[in-house]
Write a protein that binds this ligand. Structure first.
Ligand code: NDP
Ligand code: OXD
Length: 309
C-alpha cells in the first residue's frame, strides 16, 4: 500500500526526505505516477488536487499541507466521504506570527509615514506611541490567531480576539458570536484576520466590520481573499476610515496584473507568503495521520466538514 503525494511537484523532494526520515519503510508515490490505483491508501494534497482522486477506492484519508482547506472542501476531484486533515505545523505558526508582528509593529512605529518622509527628505519628529494604547483585534483565535495574539500581548499591545467559542488566553480579551463581533472591533486601531473561509465568514471584512474601528485603522488580512469585500475596502481607504491595508491573500490568486491593489498607495500586497508549511516540521503529523488512517482512528486536526474548517 502507498501514500500518493499529489501536492506541488516543486516541494516533492523535500516532503519525501522529511517523510522517509520518520517512516523509512513507507511506499511513497508521486502524482501522476500513482501505480495501481487500488494500492493507494493515503493522499497528500495542497493548493488543489492535480487530477481526479476519486478513483482511488482504497483511499483511507486525505492530508492537506495547507492550514486552510476551504478550497479542498469544494474540490470536485476529491472524494467527499474520506476524512480530511488540515495542516498544523510549528513552522507555519511561527512564520504567520512573524508576518502579523512585522506589520503590527510597522504600523505602531508609523513605518508608512516615515518612509513617505524619507522620500520627501523630511526630518519628521514623531512622538512615540506606547503599544498599550494600540488596540489590536484578531479575528480567529485558532492555532494561528492565538499564537500571533499572544506574541502581541508580550510586546505590550492591547489585544482582543474573536472566535466561535470564547477563549481563556492570558492577556487577551476574548469575544464570541455575532454580539461579540462588534464589541471586539469597537475602537480597534489594527484589525487582523486569521479566520477560515466558510459560509459564515465569506465577506466578513466589509463596511460593517470597518465602521466600528477607530478612524484611520489598519487592516492586516492573511486569511483568504474571499473574506474581503474589495469595494468596501477601497471606499474605507478613500474616506479615511481605514488608513492602510496589508493583504496577503486574494480572490483570485495570483492577483491579476491590472488589479487596483498593486498600485494603490495605501495597500501593501504580498503574494500569499505570510506563512508556509515546512516539511521538516510538518511531516510528523502526516506520518502519524497515515498510521491513524490505517488504524481507522480519528486524524490529528481532522476537518469538521459541517463547520467547514
Ligand atoms: P483554526 O481552525 O485553528 O482557527 C480558526 C479560528 O477561527 C478559530 O478560533 C475559530 O473559532 C474561528 N472561527 C471560525 N469560524 C468562525 C466564525 N464563524 N465566527 C467566529 N470565529 C470563527 O485555523 P488556523 O488558525 O490554523 O488558520 C486560520 C486560517 O489562516 C486558515 O483557515 C487559512 O485561511 C489562513 N492561512 C493563511 C496562510 C497564509 O499564508 N496567508 C497560511 C495558513 C493559514 P473556534 O476556536 O471557536 O473554533
Ligand atoms: C494556507 C496555507 O492555508 O498556506 O493558506 O497553509
Amino acid at each position: 500500500m502507498a501514500i500518493l503525494y499529489a501536492d506541488d511537484p516543486a516541494d516533492a523532494a523535500a516532503w519525501a526526505v522529511a517523510i522517509r526520515a520518520l517512516a523509512p519503510g513507507v511506499e511513497l508515490r508521486f502524482w501522476p505516477d500513482s501505480g495501481p490505483a487500488d494500492e493507494v491508501d493515503f493522499a497528500i494534497v495542497g493548493g488543489k488536487a492535480p487530477g481526479d482522486l476519486r478513483g482511488f477506492a482504497n483511499l483511507r484519508a486525505i492530508q492537506s499541507t495547507w492550514a486552510g482547506v476551504n478550497h479542498l472542501l469544494a474540490d470536485s476531484n476529491l472524494p467527499f466521504d474520506r476524512p480530511l486533515a488540515r495542516m498544523v505545523d510549528q513552522g507555519l505558526t511561527v512564520s504567520m506570527t512573524e508576518f502579523i508582528v512585522l506589520h503590527v509593529l510597522d504600523s505602531a512605529r508609523q513605518g508608512p509615514r516615515l518612509r513617505a518622509a524619507q522620500r520627501a527628505r523630511q526630518w519628521l519628529d514623531l512622538d512615540p506611541v506606547a503599544p498599550g494604547t494600540i488596540v489590536v483585534a484578531v479575528l480567529g483565535l485558532g492555532t494561528l490567531g492565538a499564537d500571533a495574539a499572544t506574541r502581541l500581548v508580550a510586546l505590550g499591545f492591547s489585544v482582543r480576539g474573536w472566535s466561535r467559542s470564547r477563549k481563556e488566553i492570558a492577556g487577551i480579551e476574548s469575544f464570541a458570536g455575532s454580539d461579540g463581533f462588534k464589541a471586539c472591533l469597537s475602537g480597534a486601531h489594527i484589525l487582523v484576520c486569521l479566520l477560515p473561509l466558510t459560509d459564515d465568514t465569506r465577506g466578513i471584512l466589509g463596511a460593517a466590520a470597518f465602521a466600528p474601528l477607530a478612524r484611520g485603522a489598519v487592516l492586516i488580512q492573511a486569511a483568504r481573499g474571499a473574506h474581503l469585500v474589495e469595494a468596501d475596502l477601497l471606499a474605507a481607504l478613500q474616506s479615511g476610515q481605514l488608513s492602510r491595508a496589508v493583504l496577503d491573500v486574494f480572490a483570485p490568486e495570483p492577483l491579476p496584473v491590472d488589479h487596483v491593489f498593486w498600485r494603490h498607495p495605501q495597500v501593501t500586497v504580498t503574494p500569499h507568503v505570510a506563512a508556509i508549511t515546512r516539511p521538516g516540521t510538518g511531516a510528523a503529523d502526516i506520518v502519524e495521520n497515515y498510521r491513524r488512517a490505517l488504524a481507522g482512528e480519528t486524524l490529528i486536526n481532522q476537518v469538521d466538514r459541517a463547520k467547514g474548517y
